[in-house]
Ligand binder design. Structure first.
Ligand code: TXA
Ligand code: MG
Length: 355
């Protein structure tokens, strides 16, 4: 299959109209279109068409019990797919939509089980990215969309990442440039007696607690090690997510000690003949051997770390590193969201320099 890559950032208004028309046609015919959102790129299909959502699983190589998020542009669309919206759920949607937040609500039976993975709930998100909104609105459909990566790879934060993974598998990619946030939406389950965060993201526990009075993070995913006796409520969180080909190890503690430890380990592995990659920050990059370290962002601005993380993980893989030593960000703002991804990528291997 030929994959058309359309650069929305450079084409004329008229070419954009034509491209959006074609994207809508593909969706209404049951096909797939990748599109930018403010979090990560999505792989969209008509969420109410079971054959279309089945194509998503096929293109991604994704297990079919892992449900998809339904993307809307208008709050009126919620009642097409949700059986019930509690007052708290309404408040949360009002406060954070459009934006990087997904709510879990009881589903209507009209939502195909291929989309919901057989669950009796549905995940709904209203993105804020103008290209995403334009695409969804003009398709005239509710768009089921997972992140547009091959299952097991980091989510795509630019169209080039989508192209790497989806070339030949889908007919169209809309390129809206690099995304702003860079990690997937906060997922909050609104079907219990208080909101439960099933996947941490840009919208924090504090922000949700402020609104609802009480909220928690799913205990199965809250810790620094996988909870042994608990099953994550979001089916996708139980899968071993992105693991680089090399062994990734997080180092935590006071920054100067972390840098020393990473340099020590690097020298050791290099002496053994291994290729090493280092994930550092703007503040520490000059303290590591040149050429093998990459900056993931600035500790002063943790949102830059979220924005660059998946790109840097892809680059580490491309560099062929056997060992990847990474600084960690447990205490920074967005720490829950960033470390949730980094811990998974590292298979929960953490070396602590605290004593
Ligand atoms: O930011 C995002 O949310 C991106 C963009 C494209 O919108 N989408 C995304 O989708 O990250 P995906 O498929 O990669 O992750 C969806 C997660 C999975 O962990 C899935 O198990 C969970 O949402 N999920 C979907 N429906 C659910 C439901 N009814 N109950 C619990 N978890 C659900
Ligand atoms: Mg994903």
């Amino acid at each position: 299959m030929y994959t058309e890559l359309i650069d929305l950032t450079t084409i004329s208004e008229e070419e954009r109209e034509q491209a959006m028309d074609r994207a809508g046609e593909i969706i209404r015919a049951g096909g797939l279109v990748a599109f930018p959102t403010e979090t990560v790129y999505g792989l969209g299909a008509d969420g109410m068409n079971p054959d279309a959502s089945a194509r998503i699983y096929e293109a991604k190589g994704r297990p079919s019990d892992n449900p998809l998020i339904m993307h809307i542009v208008d709050t009126a669309q919620v009642e097409e797919i949700a059986a019930e919206v509690s007052p708290d759920a309404g408040k949360i949607m009002d406060a954070f939509w459009p934006g990087p937040l997904t709510v879990i609500l009881p589903r209507k039976r009209t939502v195909p089980s291929t989309t919901t993975g057989g669950l009796d709930t549905v995940a709904i998100r209203m993105p804020s990215h103008p290209d995403a909104r334009d695409f969804i609105r003009r398709s005239g459909r509710i768009i089921a969309a997972p992140s547009a990566n091959i299952s097991g790879r980091p989510s795509p934060t630019r169209a080039g990442h989508v192209y790497e993974d989806m070339k030949g598998r889908i007919p169209m990619i809309l390129d809206g440039g690099p995304v702003g946030i860079g990690i997937e939406s906060t997922i909050v389950d609104m079907t219990g007696d208080h909101p439960t965060i099933l996947r941490p993201g840009y919208i924090s526990l504090e922000e949700i607690t402020d609104l609802a009075g009480e909220a928690e993070i799913d205990p199965a995913i809250a810790g620094r090690t996988p909870a042994k006796d608990l099953v994550a409520k979001a089916p996708g969180m139980k899968y071993r997510h992105y693991a680089p080909k090399g062994q990734m190890i997080l180092v935590e503690g006071e920054t100067s000690q972390v840098v020393r430890k990473i340099n020590e380990l690097t020298a050791l592995r290099q002496a053994e003949g291994f290729t090493v990659g280092i994930i550092g920050t703007e503040e520490t990059l000059s303290l590591y051997p040149e050429g093998i370290a990459k900056s993931v962002g600035s500790r002063e601005q943790p949102q830059t770390i979220a924005a660059n993380l998946y790109r840097v993980l892809r680059e580490m893989d491309a560099s062929g590193a056997d060992y990847i030593y990474a600084e960690s960000f447990f205490d920074e703002k967005l720490g829950d969201a960033i470390m949730n991804r980094m811990l998974k990528a590292a298979g929960y291997r953490v070396i602590s320099c605290r004593r």
